[in-house]
Design a protein around this ligand. Sequence first.
Ligand SMILES: [Zn+2]
Length: 239
Amino acid sequence: MVGSFLNVVAHRLPLGKSVVLPSSACPACGHRIRAWENIPILSWIALRGRCSACHGGISPRYPLVEVAAAGLAVLAYLHFGWTLHALEASAYLWVLLVLALIDWDTQLLPNRITLPGIGAGLALGALGLLHRDWSLVPLPKAALGAMLGYALIWLPDLLYRRIRHRRGFGIGDRKMLAMVGAWLGPLAVFDVFALAVFAGAILGGLWATIRRRQIQSAIPFGPFLAIGGAVAMFFHPLI
Ligand SMILES: [Zn+2]
């Protein structure tokens, strides 16, 4: 059900629409989605990926995001057990997922998600001062992580602009890595940055080759930050 909501956020937020109202409708014919057509994963299978009114295709991305959201929560549970940490890790991973989707679609990382994401990481850090089981990292580490995350994108971008006279990273990328830092702390930020750059170089290079684009063409970096942020969540000390 969270995954279903993330689909709505990823679709509507970049358009400036409310994520609550109106209820979902087929974008092709406007058919209002009935309750039985709105069950995560199962409805898409029952409808065989088609709108019941106009038979227009429904992207397999919808059930895939629902499966991914559920899978991330299961991984968080397997890692942390029945703890607050598992809940916080799930929320963190869901935010990364929706940011990856929006950046993939629009090459934007909306402030309306990244800034509250930073705030939530810091707020949980403050809770962690009361009891260490209540947050993944305590406030001083969360604050340092946020600043370091911001700087780690901002500095290379600054250098790149001086040398090449164009942008290396988007401004949203800074805030996304700042958010990751606020949730995971300062040391993990280095892992996330390294993983994201590594994944971006390999997958972006492949993408450019397959699509026959120039190796210098812009790709959204958010999905790679999301991959790095998710991997570091589970394997940070190991990495
Ligand atoms: Zn339709």
